[in-house]
Design a protein. Sequence first.
Length: 247
Amino acid sequence: MEKMDIEEAQKAGDEGKGGDDANSLDGSLWAHVTELESTNVSLKEKMKRIRGFEKFVEKSEEVVQNLQKALGDTTLAARKQDLMLAPVEKYCAELRERYGEVRCDGWQEKVLKLMREKAVETVEQLRDECEKAGDENEEEKEELEKENEKLKENNKYFQRLLEEKNVEMADEMARSEAEREQLQKKLEEAEKKIEKLKNAMTKEKRVSEGLKSSITHLEGKVATAREDKEFAEGRWDDFQRWMEQAR
């Protein structure tokens, strides 16, 4: 039963978060970020995806709230709900914090501004413009490269963090299933003991009824014997009186 509740909570949580949030939580968002580094995607598309990631980060609190509501609709104990919610809540908080560190200097806005001013459409064009402006603004170029490296490092960090949280969730679900099986086993043993007690009580009741019937029968015999004794004593008295009269 508890396992079914967990599955319902996960399903309800996915429905509450929406398709994009669910895919993000299972790591596909990070695959998209990595794809930007390895495929020939237009710069405009890259920035579009970055904005999509920013929206995902902004909705992380909503994800936690939806999961909390979904768990609340199940029959799981409050302790189990807290154990399942805590890793996700911590992950989303760290996600917002680290993303805030990444974008604190607004490098995305700088890139978009350069794209608008220079009518840049591709990565190659952006690279050319950066090389042209290198002599004039070498410091800004290095800053962009550092931010790029930082983004890669954060990507690896978040991937590792997500994997750790998934392992923790899997371990917790395994422990919950083991506890459920133990409780089920104890319940079955208790039911067997109750059945044995019922059978013993039924046998005792039958024995008690048999003894009661035997006692009633013996009491009847005792009463009959008492009457026979009184009758015999009366006859004996009569016989003695008759003998005395005969003398």
